[in-house]
Design a protein around this ligand. Structure first.
Ligand code: SF4
Ligand code: SF4
Length: 342
């Protein structure tokens, strides 16, 4: 496993990191085993969030007594100083540490969020204060908006930028990444599997390894999944014509307008289970209509509750026409139901 400096932070990290979401669904012992396996195999960068339920607590338990051997990143989605401080203190407690290597302001996508975090009494003020107090070593930022990410990097206020990047969403490599590299801002890659819509790990990592300065943070839910990723990084990266054709196939099938399951659109005031319902065509293509109908029955049956208020669209970082897509998916579900009676 190659290790290199994250931006100009002076922190050496592994070329692939550890995303802290999937360990939520493991019990603590299993999560600790997976985390330690990752460390044994050379992974030294761990990214989590206050919002990822007990992910921080599991990381804290796994690395107790060896804090200086790992680089831990966490984040807050809070916009004001008081609640960002509260989350930061909670992260320190959960992680069983007195400092966080990289504390990120999460999901700054819209101008209003940027204004809120930078206003007097905003979250950035609290994080800068925590840095001065030695509780935070470096400040980073994450975004799903390319335009905003470019703006954030240009401010030179942040040591890292975390952004979605995969072969379906490769846009960051044209402007954002070169800019970040020029300014020596560390690049962290979220959603290497496009939020779960790409199910071919082979081409996912073959694509990403062409950008060796950007550190993907995939999730792991077993020791085997750690071994698989580490094995991929121990081989030379050879991208064949066949791999490129496969990537094209995914691109053509999914297009740009697909849901990344980030869940920023929820909760819906009418209790429509948006994220699952958005994914129905993918479930059908993976499982076939009969299993998909059963699997997604509750979210699909919630779609008629939608009153098209538009609230979800305002929160979707990809500006997806959610009610329209839901209607289309519901029509597909009804057709599947008619064609596949019990
Ligand atoms: S448009 Fe429909 S799905 Fe979206 S928030 Fe409103 S009621 Fe919920
Ligand atoms: S519809 Fe948009 S906000 Fe909601 S989960 Fe999908 S990508 Fe995220």
């Amino acid at each position: 496993m190659r290790h290199f400096e994250l931006g100009k932070t002076g922190m050496m990290i592994s070329e692939v990191g550890f995303g802290g979401i999937p360990i939520i669904r493991l019990d603590t012992d299993a999560a600790v085993r997976v985390l330690r396996r990752a460390f044994e195999r050379g992974i030294t960068f761990y990214d989590t969030a206050n919002a990822y339920r007990d992910s921080e607590a599991k990381i804290g338990q796994a690395f107790q007594g060896m804090r200086d051997k790992v680089v831990i990143a966490t984040k807050t989605i809070r916009r004001d100083a008081a609640s960002a401080t509260e989350q930061l203190e909670n992260s320190l407690r959960m992680l069983r540490t007195d400092y966080i290597d990289l504390f990120q302001l999460h999901q700054i996508a819209h101008e209003t969020e940027w204004q809120a975090v930078t206003a007097p009494g905003g979250a950035l003020e609290a994080v800068v204060k925590a840095k001065l107090a030695g509780k935070v070593r470096h400040i980073g930022v994450t975004s799903h908006s390319l335009e905003m990410a470019v703006k954030l990097v240009k401010t030179e206020l942040f040591s890292t930028i975390q952004f979605p990047f995969n072969f379906i969403e490769p846009d960051a490599s044209t402007e954002l990444f070169p800019l970040a590299r020029d300014l020596r801002v560390g690049i962290l890659v979220m959603k290497p599997f496009a939020g779960g819509v790409i199910d071919n790990a082979d081409i996912v990592f073959k694509f990403l390894r062409q950008f060796p300065y950007a550190v993907p943070i995939p999730g792991y839910d077993s020791e085997q999944s750690v071994d698989d990723v580490v094995a991929r990084y121990s081989r030379p990266n050879i991208v064949t014509e066949h791999d490129l054709a496969l990537m094209d196939e995914y691109r053509n099938k999914l297009g740009k307008a697909f849901c990344r399951r980030c869940e920023y659109c929820q909760p819906c005031p009418k209790e429509v289970k948006i994220t699952m319902a958005m994914g129905y065509p993918i479930f059908v293509s993976r499982m076939g209509p009969k299993v998909a109908m059963e699997f997604a029955r509750i979210p699909m049956e919630s779609i008629p509750q939608c009153e098209e208020c538009g609230k979800c669209i305002q929160h979707c970082p990809y500006d997806l026409p959610i009610p329209e897509i839901l209607k289309r998916n519901y029509a597909l579900y009804v057709k599947d139901r008619e064609e596949n009676p019990d």
